[in-house]
Design a protein around this ligand. Structure first.
Ligand SMILES: [Zn+2]
Length: 237
C-alpha cells in the first residue's frame, strides 16, 4: 500500500460530467471563479473561440461533446439549452420527439432531475461570479429577436445584429454600454421560462453573459470573448 496515494486534484485536470447521454468535458485551470460553457455541439466557431481563449486563462470551462445541436437524455432528444427548467425541458422533449408518450417524457424528465444538480454544482460560479456562454447563430436569429423581451438595449452596430451580448446583470450591462458591441439586458424576462441557462441564471441572480456571433466569424468571436472577459469584474458584491 505504500505507494498507493490519492493524488490531489490537478489544477489543470480534466473530467467530464454526464447529463443523460450528454457529456460535458470540464477543463479547469487555476482557482478562478470564472465559468465558461459551449453547449451546442454544432456551433463550432464558438467551440474553437472558447478553446483558444482558455489556453491562457484561469477558470473552469465546459465543452459539450459531439457535433450535434441536440443531445439524448433518457432516450429522447432535447436541446441542451432548454434543459434547465422542468417546463422548458418538457416543451423541448415534446417539440423534438412528437411521438413520445407521456410516460417516456416523464422518465426523461426524471433523468434530468437526477443528473442536472451535479452539472449545476460545477457550472454555476460562486456568489458574485460570472458565467460566459458562447453561441453561434445564422439566419433567423439575432439581437432583434431578443429586443422585445429585453429591458434595455445597446445598439452601436445595428448593421451587425447577429453579433451581440445578452446579459442578466444590470451592472455588467452598464460596462458593456461603454463598448462598441451590441447588447441586451434581461434580468427578468416576461415570457414563459424556456429552460435556457440564461433564464436559470436570471432567476437565481447569477451574473451571466451570452456571447452570440454569426457562425464562422472566429476572429470576431475571439475578440468579443476576450473583451468581455477582461472588461467585467471577476466578482461583484
Ligand atoms: Zn447555441
Amino acid at each position: 500500500m505504500a505507494f498507493v496515494a490519492v493524488l490531489p486534484q490537478m489544477s489543470c485536470g480534466q473530467r467530464s460530467i454526464a447529463v443523460g447521454d450528454a457529456r460535458f468535458r470540464v477543463a479547469e485551470r487555476g482557482a478562478s471563479p470564472r465559468r465558461y460553457i459551449h453547449i451546442h455541439g454544432n456551433e463550432q466557431t464558438a467551440r474553437r473561440a472558447l478553446a483558444e481563449h482558455m489556453r491562457n486563462r484561469d477558470g473552469r470551462a465546459f465543452f459539450v461533446e459531439g457535433d450535434g445541436r441536440n443531445v439524448t437524455v433518457g432516450g429522447l432528444t432535447i436541446d441542451p439549452n432548454r434543459m434547465f427548467s422542468p417546463v422548458g425541458a418538457r416543451a423541448s422533449f415534446k417539440r423534438l420527439n412528437p411521438d413520445a408518450t407521456p410516460d417516456a417524457i416523464s422518465s426523461a424528465l426524471a433523468v434530468l432531475e437526477r443528473d442536472l444538480p451535479a452539472l449545476l454544482r460545477a457550472l454555476l460560479p460562486p456568489d458574485g461570479g460570472l458565467i460566459i456562454s458562447v453561441h453561434n447563430n445564422s439566419e433567423g436569429y439575432n439581437i432583434r429577436t431578443e429586443i422585445p423581451i429585453s429591458e434595455a438595449r445597446h445598439l452601436p452596430e445595428p448593421g451587425v445584429p447577429n453579433d451581440f451580448f445578452l446579459l442578466t446583470d444590470a451592472r455588467d450591462f452598464e460596462v458593456v454600454k461603454g463598448s462598441p458591441y451590441n447588447a441586451v439586458l434581461q434580468t427578468k424576462p416576461a415570457t414563459e421560462d424556456d429552460g435556457s441557462l440564461s433564464r436559470l441564471c436570471a432567476a437565481r441572480g447569477v451574473r451571466y453573459v451570452n456571447l452570440e456571433c454569426f457562425a464562422g466569424r472566429l476572429a470576431r468571436q475571439r475578440e468579443m470573448l476576450r473583451w468581455v472577459d477582461e472588461a467585467l469584474p471577476m466578482l461583484r458584491p
